[in-house]
Design a protein around this ligand. Structure first.
Ligand code: SF4
Length: 160
């Protein structure tokens, strides 16, 4: 997605322009993404909601963010921690996997994993989120994690 956004924002620099766009135009730009048809539809719906309900400005609280199409708790938290440095954990597939492998949670839903990690770590949750995402994406991968070189091997519940 990060490779796509420069072109997307060049063509449609704000929600006003995006809201006027046809879905197929967004689909062309997002074609290399998973679920690009859904994402394209949400981008246009969300842009209309931003125009109609928030004067074209992205709201920076969880409740308003989650009122937007396609935005769940994880995405709302990512927006807030990236834009205003909010002390929030956002649980994506990598954070979920790493937290379980390290024995930090047994919870079955992202929302409960978020609660568990927030309770344990309390501070610097945005930095922790970033570290877990990178660790899960490049090191503690879903298939063939690099356990032989992992400094956390003694804490890890995945192997022990
Ligand atoms: S030992 Fe393996 S499974 Fe455990 S945290 Fe490290 S890379 Fe992940």
């Amino acid at each position: 997605m990060n490779l796509i956004t420069p072109n997307l924002f060049k063509l449609f620099p704000n929600s006003k322009e995006m809201a006027k766009t046809e879905t197929y135009e967004i689909e062309k730009l997002l074609a290399s993404c998973n679920l690009y048809k859904n994402k394209s539809k949400y981008i246009i719906e969300l842009s209309k909601q931003l125009e109609n309900n928030f004067n074209g400005t992205v709201p920076l609280n969880q409740k308003d963010l989650m009122s937007l199409s396609g935005v769940g708790q994880k995405t709302a938290n990512v927006v807030m921690l990236e834009s205003i440095g909010a002390n929030l954990m956002a649980v994506d597939t990598h954070v979920f996997r790493v937290a379980h492998r390290l024995g930090l949670t047994n919870s079955k839903t992202p929302e409960k994993v978020e609660r568990d990690l927030t309770t344990i770590f309390k501070k610097d949750l945005g930095k922790l989120h970033g570290a877990f995402v990178l660790f899960g994406r490049y090191f503690c991968t879903a298939k063939e994690p690099k356990c032989n070189n992992c400094i956390l091997i003694n804490e890890c519940k995945y192997l022990n």
